[in-house]
Design a protein around this ligand. Structure first.
Ligand code: 5GP
Length: 194
């Protein structure tokens, strides 16, 4: 059986990665989403085991020591990590797996999965990014400021990605990523590998 594709999606906080990933999964049933572990507190409406596995710092460090994570990173003062078992299991049965993770984590994944597809989602402009971050009303003012300040640095990592997708409209961004998936499936090199 051919291995699934590993899709790694990064981009600045507030750019709409979560909405894009949700739409991708709803429209493509062979795509599964890897639920990360985090020490961040749940936002209103977030559910443990669905949005994230919400762990205490102690629980996170124990999992880290056991080698449970494919990658992990400290992002905006909290720990985040991708459970390795889920990714391995799903790719092996031919499903396409999405990781929605930050740039540090993405580069660690590249070391283990050099054939992954690395996609960077961009806002149409810095002003629009600020508007979206403030508009979602889920973070405190200082958290929003930290996330906005980070984005210029984050943009510098874009050269490490295979594709850049501007999220001006969710529907369009999703269509572009679906096109990327189709193209990647047709790659001769991938056929020869699988
Ligand atoms: P948020 O707190 O807004 O849910 O996520 C903050 C940042 O952490 C986002 O850039 C998100 O992509 C990233 N993130 C979420 N899960 C993981 C993970 O498992 N590993 C890494 N490295 N970053 C993650």
């Amino acid at each position: 059986m051919a291995q699934g594709l590993l899709l790694v999606i990064s981009g600045p906080s507030g750019v709409g990665k979560g909405t894009i990933c949700k739409a991708l999964r709803e429209r493509n049933h062979e795509i599964v989403y890897s639920i990360s572990a985090t020490t961040r507190l749940p936002r209103p409406g977030e559910v443990d085991g669905v949005s994230y596995y919400f762990l205490s710092p102690q629980e996170f460090l124990e999992a880290l020591e056991k080698g449970d994570f494919l990658e992990w990173a400290q992002v905006y003062g909290n720990y985040y990590g991708t459970p390795a078992w889920f990714v391995e299991e799903q790719l092996a049965v031919g499903r396409n797996v999405i990781l929605e993770i930050d740039m540090q984590g993405a580069m660690k994944v590249k070391q283990t999965y050099p054939h992954g597809v690395f996609i960077f989602v961009l806002p149409p402009s810095q002003e629009e990014l600020a508007r979206r971050l403030i508009g979602r009303c889920t973070d405190a003012k200082d958290v929003i400021a930290k996330r906005l300040a980070a984005w210029k640095e984050e943009m510098k990592t874009i050269d490490n990605y295979d594709y850049a997708v501007v999220n001006d409209e969710v529907e369009l961004a999703v269509k572009k990523i679906e096109a990327i998936i189709e193209a990647e499936r047709c790659r001769v090199a991938r056929r020869n590998r699988d």
